[in-house]
Design a protein around this ligand. Sequence first.
Ligand code: PBG
Length: 326
Amino acid sequence: MAFPIQRLRRTRRTGALRGLVRETELAPGDFIYPIFVAAGEDVRRPIPSMPGIFQLSINHAVEEARRAHALGISGVLLFGIPDEKDEAASGAYDPEGVVQLATRAIKDAAPELLVVTDVCLCEYTSHGHCGMVDHERREVMNDVSLELLARTATAQAEAGADIVAPSDMMDGRVGALRAALDADGFEETPIMAYSAKYASAFYGPFREAADSAPQFGDRRGYQMDPANAREALRETALDIQEGADIVMVKPALPYLDVVRRVREATDLPVAAYNVSGEYSMLKAAAQNGWLDEERAVMEALTGIKRAGAEIIISYHAPDASRWLQS
Ligand code: PBG
């Protein structure tokens, strides 16, 4: 009988052999951990669809950020939950807005932890859209929104944000942010652009967490159609032309082909956002005893890195970092 010459099982036999030939290794430093910062004092409100995740007032957000830093996580991504919303999203660019205050507090408490701020209006608008709305035409106005997004980014940079991350998907926002930041003396503040951000059902739990569901219509007029991958390359190329320093694909798991294509199309750092619904899915299955949580989460995160993302934004970041250390 003929014996196989190549036997792949030879290097799978022991943990040491598997470790030697392992191609992809996660580390806590790969992660950015999203935090929902709520206005008010001493708030620690659970988000029902995201077990383990809370709306936190600034004092608790600072503690959570400290814990993330102690675990070796690179940064936190801040989303604001203001106590008042209005037509013009004034909480987004108010120098005393909740994200600006939280940024200052976290930079004081853990100066080495990166503070990344979400640049978007939907958490602050009464109508829940990511830009200014023309109510008669029921449309989100692009160019008017750019001014407010730019003001938001400079207010965040002013407060000490290490990176600003526009997630609104208006055309031209990266260029608008870059110009405004440069004009205000923040030419060293990097932009992590949500370049290929899809109109996804997987943001459902986030919208509950941030109370940011659109009051009419949906986001398909500005976020991408899930069916398109070439268009993601156009979005990415445009953001790079406009000055993006890091590009992002979002969500992650249903779009790993896009992560791979973006990775191959650019030499910029690539981030992937493992979004709220992806977190909730695994949590729900684990809580039902249907999946082994640690193994499923680590496999999902490894897949995102293997696809080509060197930066992973994930609500699993603290658990994953703990598992990596033990
Ligand atoms: C704001 C924004 C959203 C997410 C990040 N920034 C929601 C949306 O576009 O509706 C989703 C993140 C998540 O689901 O974890 N525009």
